[in-house]
Unconditional design. Sequence first.
Length: 409
Amino acid sequence: MSQNIILKNKEDDFILSLINNNSNKIIDYLEKDDLNWKYINVAITKNKIRILFSHILSSYISKIKQDHIKKYIKKSLIEYDINKKIYLNELNSIKQKFLDENIDFILLKGLAITYKGYRDFGDLDILIKEKDLLSASEILNELNYYYIKISPKNSLSKKELNDITKQLHWNNEFGFYNKDNMLLIELHTNLFQKKYIYVENILFLLNKIDMFWNNKIFDKDLQCFKLSNEDLLILLCLHAAIKRALYTDNFALRGLIDIKQVISKKIDWDYFTEAVVSLKITPYVYFSLQLTEQFLSINDANDIILFLKNKLGKKEQFIINIHNKCFYSLIKGSIIYTKLYKFLLPFVLGKGILNIIKTLLFIDYLFPTKLRMEQIYKIKKNSPFIYLTYLINPFRWIYLLLRRIVFKI
């Protein structure tokens, strides 16, 4: 097991004691009444656990000496009940519209994790197929949801803004915001973006998106499809190791709580470990599981953590230990270890030198993926005729270049 997380202040310790239901510590802290509640508010908001925190703390409300904290708890839980109803109503509206137009979709995370529990919601994440993106966006427009840029990419061309399908060769995440109810819907055509965004090399997984579609299960409560428990755990582990990682400014304890919640359900560990290894994502899944174990304790997964650790090389274990040290507190990371991890990441877990060479030689432009060629020439990527597009593509580049020079388009 990697080096344990060290908590440097009592507020972090109190928050984690609460999440882990350590009654003795919770009562002790509340009786001493010397906590910095402003810090706690910042920490639980940043870590997206305000609702869960308030729900658990409500069981100890008689021990709380400050009235404004009691009011905060009650207000948070009332807001949660109202917001959850809004989310469920919007999900039902979208679900019916999608069904009417024969649009397949899978509900990702959020409501699919803790439908009956207390969890902070930021948006509704919905997985759709690329062919349905335009139809799905039109349906959301009818429901007063309009496209907004949520990708970290610095800029989008006019064509990409006017026709979001033009982004599909690099982007898999499209946000639609409703000003009336202030709800964000994110349409995903894959689990992560393929280009520009992440240094980590997860292209092999992204090319296996059909596996996640094939394994989907039906949720009787929500009356829609969601990821299987094993695939959901894979997605959550990737989020915690990449999108919400310790070395980023986006780390959120909620992700680890989600992992523990899913592990508490029935998991086919044989399938899970086989999938993780075959998808070449062992370092990320191992990192997230061992981090969850350090913060929250997940005894049911100890054997799996050890199994995955034994699959790692020395360089991978070394950089994961560096990543663990990026933690400083629940509201900020270690400056030194964060910069060190960012420097080492491309060479150990990322695309490294080969990616730099590919970029310099324009390999991705000269030889795009089959998926990209399918989007351009409307020929199925599994068709043998897809290879003919690589012969045609240079002439396409010449045409585009001449059009830009002559017509300045």
